[in-house]
Design a protein around this ligand. Structure first.
Ligand code: SF4
Length: 358
């Protein structure tokens, strides 16, 4: 499970043991000298900080400020900075869990291997896909059919990094087509967030649609998953997982059978038709605004290509644009940030260029 702030989408520092087993530690490079690290650009942030794949929350954090994301990994001058879970984050997480439990129950299963962990993801997808298929075809069934916390992953546009995420909700819209819904909670007011925050939400729902549609169209390849994560299709999974699969009428002897079943079943679904972000108040726990987003594959591809160039070390890390320096006032790294200093100097030179000498 991702440890993500549901308000700002930043990954919270603490991670589960299984994450650590299959992915790199975010504090691995804490002892490296920060200045050297950011100037040399010989590094490969994907491999150094995440290992094999990115989380969707890495990309939404990058959309807010890439420099901040890098500080989250490296800390300041070699010292890791702990990102504390605020009260608003806790309330947001509780509200998400409550909504999830409205549509299904959760059973804890101990995992020992990467294959166990991924087999559970595949079973959760199979369960969600089956529910969506039963609810399809319009009418009352469709209006009642809602799945929540569905895992999703893949290589968007078959290029760049492998990405893993969890879709808050998929349901049928008024046209009887599938709709992705992302929940966001607001702690301080019943107002929608700034345009900068809404851009990260737009990226998130578009990315979910791209990943989901690629799986539906058969573009999510078995080999890509096995090779990227380093999974063994012939491995066994633990008995508890096998028993759970049997409850779903699935006889799956090997790990590769879970993967095949998931990929085949996905292709019975139709593509996502609409994208929505629903904003709820943390005070009364009620939704107060829904924003719909048009899918824009060109914008999404260009954005992901630009972000990916950072992850593979092809370009320098970037901070906020000069128009968005206001973000720095809310940033833990504002005193140390080299990018902010650069922007500050740029602003000063602009002001002096505008001065009229009398
Ligand atoms: Fe980004 Fe500004 Fe924070 Fe630097 S101070 S990391 S530019 S938000």
């Amino acid at each position: 499970k991702e440890n993500v702030c549901h308000n700002c989408q930043r990954t919270i520092a603490k991670r589960t043991e299984s994450d650590i087993a299959t992915n790199a530690s975010p504090t691995k490079k804490a002892k490296m000298d920060l200045e050297e690290e950011t100037k040399k650009f010989t590094m490969d942030p994907l491999r150094e900080f995440r290992g094999k794949y990115l989380w969707v929350s890495d990309l939404t954090a990058q959309a807010w400020c890439e420099r901040q994301l890098l500080y989250d990994f490296t800390g300041i001058e070699g010292k890791p900075v702990e990102i504390l879970e605020t009260e608003a984050m806790k309330v947001g997480t509780d509200m998400h869990l409550k909504r999830e439990l409205e549509v299904h129950t959760i059973k804890q299963i101990a995992v020992k291997t990467k294959e166990d962990k991924w087999a559970i993801k595949f079973l959760n997808i199979l369960s969600a896909v089956n529910q969506l298929l039963q609810g399809g075809g319009g009418g009352g069934g469709a209006s009642r059919c809602v799945v929540r916390e569905m895992p999703i992953f893949g290589k968007p546009f078959e290029s760049g990094a492998f990405v893993v995420g969890v879709i808050d909700e998929i349901r049928y819209n008024s046209r009887g087509q599938l709709e992705v819904v992302e929940f966001k909670t607001r702690a301080k007011s019943r107002t929608v967030p700034s345009a900068a925050q809404r851009k990260t939400h737009k990226l998130q729902v578009m990315l979910y649609k791209q990943l989901f549609d690629e799986a539906v169209c058969g573009l999510l390849k078995k080999e890509t998953i096995l090779e990227t994560i380093g999974l063994d299709p012939d491995a066994s999974v633990n008995d508890e997982i096998t028993a759970h699969a049997l409850l779903m009428d699935l006889v799956l002897p090997k790990f590769g059978d879970y993967l095949n079943a998931m990929l085949e079943r996905f292709q019975f679904l139709s593509k996502i038709d609409s994208l929505a972000v629903e904003y709820s108040s943390q005070d009364d726990k009620e939704p107060f605004a829904v924003h719909e987003h048009e899918f824009d594959p060109v914008w999404l591809k260009d954005t992901l290509d630009h972000y990916n160039a950072f992850w593979v070390g092809e370009r320098e890390v970037e901070g906020v644009d000069v128009e968005e320096v206001w973000k720095c006032n809310f940033c833990n790294y504002k005193e140390a940030c080299d990018w902010r200093q650069k922007m500050h100097e740029k602003c000063l030179s602009r002001k002096s260029a505008n001065k009229v000498q009398i």
